[in-house]
Design a protein around this ligand. Structure first.
Ligand code: ZN
Length: 154
């Protein structure tokens, strides 16, 4: 095989592996899936190709998880994810816990139909609905929603 062909193949395999990674969240599995897909095109040493593709995939992944805590009047508190999970690149779903300290709750007028009643409390017309208006928020613990990597620990 010509060296440009090898380079093209490695690029195609890397793209394919990155695509699989979004679904499986595991680099070595994603690389294996890409190699299986391009099985007939790989004429050289399969292990060498695997190593090179895995390295390229790794280079494309973020070095560390970077985020900022943001507030939205309707969506509430969220995170602006600058770089996704360093293990799998995922940037859409995260699991974690956060602390409000201190939080100020202020009475607000909201559509009661949209209210999600967490504790099953009885919310009548005379109930005042107070929501967190301003607070210092810190994330105590965050894991990747796809591969489960621990991204932030207190
Ligand atoms: Zn992940």
């Amino acid at each position: 095989m010509e060296s440009e062909d090898v380079e093209d193949l490695i690029c195609d395999l890397t793209d394919a592996a990155l695509e699989h990674l979004e679904g499986v969240g595991d680099v070595s599995r994603a690389v294996s899936m890409a190699l299986d897909e391009y099985e007939k095109d790989i004429t050289g040493n399969r292990e060498e190709v695997r190593k090179q593709v895995a390295q390229r995939v790794d280079e494309r992944l973020p070095d560390q998880f970077e985020y900022e805590i943001v507030h939205h009047p309707n969506q509430g508190i969220g995170i602006a994810v600058q770089t996704g999970c360093p293990q799998c690149g995922h940037e859409d779903i995260f699991n974690g816990s956060l602390t409000h300290s201190p939080a100020q709750f202020v009475g607000m007028t909201v559509d009661r139909g949209e209210l999600q009643d967490i504790e099953g409390a009885d919310i009548g017309d005379g109930t005042t609905l107070c929501f967190i208006d301003d607070a210092d928020v810190s994330l105590d613990f965050v894991t990747c929603g796809l591969c489960g990597a621990e991204l932030e620990t207190a």
